[in-house]
Design a protein around this ligand. Structure first.
Ligand SMILES: *[C@@H]1O[C@H](CO)[C@@H](O)[C@H](O)[C@H]1NC(C)=O
Ligand SMILES: *[C@@H]1O[C@H](CO)[C@@H](O)[C@H](O)[C@H]1NC(C)=O
Ligand SMILES: *[C@@H]1O[C@H](CO)[C@@H](O)[C@H](O)[C@H]1NC(C)=O
Ligand SMILES: *[C@@H]1O[C@H](CO)[C@@H](O)[C@H](O)[C@H]1NC(C)=O
Length: 554
């Protein structure tokens, strides 16, 4: 394997993006979100956030800060039964423009009214418009881009929103964190690290154990699950796995000699002929990456979350659609199989239907080995699936790529960023799969989602609950509901929100207990009687508005 496989990295960037998906990658299917934006519910705000939560300077005025973007919707926020304030539904932004999550997180939008919830979506530092050092801050100085800083940002923002809320405001509202993928990791970890701020967390498709330091970590499981999506058990054509594997075998054979590569360049309809075996390997990863996308994005409805083109979504059940191209009859010639593989991958790479030839430099890859997400992988998060998670060609439908090789990742990270990853830090800091000492978290995982390889799949306790969605792709449960949803996701959403309700009730019971034990019961009843706060935003007593800075100052 070449030290740095640009193509593969790029593809993985696309794929993982939200999936551990990428910053510019997955755009959401633009679904029901127009209403959310057009009804004037959302207000864009900025909070003056501390750049570094863990070092001190002599004078507070010299403490560097940046503007952290967040969106608020107060429209559904209400007094609940007994005059108690509704909860805060807080989306822990992950590695993209936060508008992406505003757009796709139907679970929050569809439940806010019933819960009387205040909605907040916060943007992760270094993504979207939350750039500490101006556009593309990662190019200036990525060193403040850590999970720890991001969690502290969210805690500080929520703390100040509550502390500075006018009487009758958000002070006593329980905060429920939501997130998918890396956002799911963040929401679970918010609950673990800041339980006094986060009453409970819905962590969807959160690969909290995707660290080499987690005992029993088995990265090849990822590609085994991608392969599962291509089996009849997951609704795909019976020939699919066998023929994809045969096609990759043929492709690898042809890669080894010049005439083979020339043939391959034609069969794959590449714009530029493959120059050498390394480029042929890149082409193979590029094809493999399409199947990654089909598995992560194996939704029951057409979606552009993976295709990144709102006008041209991937079809419903994209793996099944891709696999129909692998049904090529019995005596399958190598060339026929390779063309079939090309057409299967084209379900992603030619989603627009106007691609003349495939350019490995632009149709996905190329640019992927850059950006803040790669830095995060190269420090705390460790190793993207493509090309790093190994395949065997036996337990999966790809080819033997050798064992997981940390030194290859290290070489890339040193070269790209001047850092060496810390493969066990994620497990040390957050526990991997060990949630015995946590509470009020629901982990959901989809059977079609390869990231479920690293999720919490069994119940830990009464309050750390694992929900499985056998027909679910990557955090399907967070998406807007549709008529084509399998019953398992409908049930999962119901169960998640029932747990959320329990946590809110617990919080409110504890709050009342605390205030009465202090003998100051009057404040809560007075506050509750005050209706929707004294004028203006319930969240900020001053400087609100669409660009008001938050309350951080000292
Ligand atoms: C979110 O949805 C709005 C309205 O449909 C759209 O204009 C915008 O481009 C979307 N943003 C992202 C990041 O997908
Ligand atoms: C892309 O799709 C269009 C429409 O189906 C097709 O005519 C074209 O050949 C495809 N491009 C490639 C490179 O396969
Ligand atoms: C890992 O990669 C390095 C650098 O390419 C190579 O020298 C080494 O043999 C590989 N190790 C394994 C276990 O494959
Ligand atoms: C965990 O417990 C819940 C009930 O609280 C149950 O519905 C769910 O199926 C259990 N999860 C697993 C993976 O067994």
């Amino acid at each position: 394997m070449r030290p740095l496989c640009l193509l593969a990295l790029a593809v993985s960037a696309l794929l993982i993006a939200d999936a551990l998906a990428l910053p510019r990658r997955p755009r959401p299917r633009v679904h029901r979100n127009d209403a959310v934006w057009s009804q004037g519910c959302l207000t864009e705000k900025y909070y003056t956030q501390r750049l570094d939560h863990f070092h001190w300077v002599r004078d507070a005025a010299e403490q560097p800060t940046f503007a952290q973007r967040y969106f608020v919707c107060e429209k559904y926020w209400s007094n609940g039964p007994g005059g108690v304030r509704g909860p805060i539904f807080f989306y822990a932004g992950n590695e993209a423009n936060v508008e992406l999550y505003v757009n796709v997180t139907g679970l929050i939008w569809e439940n806010a009214q019933a819960f009387g919830a205040l909605i907040i979506f916060v943007e992760h530092r270094y993504y979207g418009k939350t750039q500490p050092f101006g556009p593309d801050s990662w190019q200036v100085d990525p060193s403040y881009l850590t999970v720890e800083q991001a969690l502290a940002d969210y805690a500080a923002l929520l703390w100040h929103l509550k502390a500075d809320s006018p009487a009758g405001g958000a002070a006593d509202s329980p905060v429920i964190a939501f997130g998918g993928s890396y956002g799911g990791m963040l929401s679970a970890w918010m609950r673990v690290k800041y339980p006094h701020i986060i009453a409970g967390a819905v962590a969807a498709s959160a690969p909290v154990a995707a660290f080499p330091g987690v005992p029993g970590w088995r990265p090849q499981r990822f590609w085994e699950l991608v392969t599962y999506d291509a089996t009849p058990a997951a609704g795909s054509a019976p020939e699919c796995v066998t023929n994809v594997r045969l096609a990759f075998g043929n492709l690898r054979q042809l890669s080894r000699f010049a005439e083979g590569r020339a043939a391959l360049s034609q069969l794959l309809r590449l714009c530029k002929p493959l120059a050498d075996e390394g480029e042929a390997l890149d082409a193979a990863y590029w094809l493999q990456g399409a199947f990654d996308a089909f598995a992560m994005g194996n939704y029951p409805f057409p979606s552009s979350y993976i295709s990144d083109n709102p006008d041209r979504p991937l079809p419903a059940w994209p793996m099944r659609a891709a696999c129909t191209h692998m049904v090529v009859g019995r005596s399958t010639k190598p060339s026929t199989l390779i063309e079939a593989l090309r057409d299967a991958a084209a379900v992603l790479y030619n989603v627009t239907g106007d691609v003349q030839c495939f350019d490995l430099q632009t149709s996905g890859p190329a640019a992927g080995n850059q950006g803040p997400w790669d830095y995060q992988w190269c420090t705390e998060l460790m190793g993207q699936e493509l090309p790093y998670y190994p395949t065997t060609g036996v337990t999966d439908m790809f080819w033997d790529q050798g064992p997981f090789n940390l030194s290859v990742i290290e070489a890339h990270c040193r070269e790209a960023w001047g850092v060496t990853p810390r493969p066990d830090w994620g497990a040390i800091a957050y526990g991997g799969l060990d949630y015995r000492y946590a509470s009020n978290i629901v982990f959901s995982n989809g059977g079609y989602d390869p990231w479920s390889a690293f999720g919490v799949l069994s119940n830990v306790s009464d309050s750390v609950v694992a929900i499985s969605i056998p027909e679910g792709a990557h955090h399907l449960d967070l998406m807007y509901s549709t008529p084509s949803d399998p019953p398992s996701v409908v049930a999962a959403r119901r169960q998640e929100m029932a747990l959320v309700r329990t946590w809110i009730q617990q919080h409110q019971a504890a709050r009342l207990h605390t205030s009465s034990s202090r003998g100051s019961s009057s404040s809560s009843s007075t506050g509750a009687g005050g209706g929707v706060s004294g004028g203006g935003s319930v969240l900020s007593s001053s400087g609100g508005g669409s660009s008001g800075t938050g309350a951080d100052s000292s």
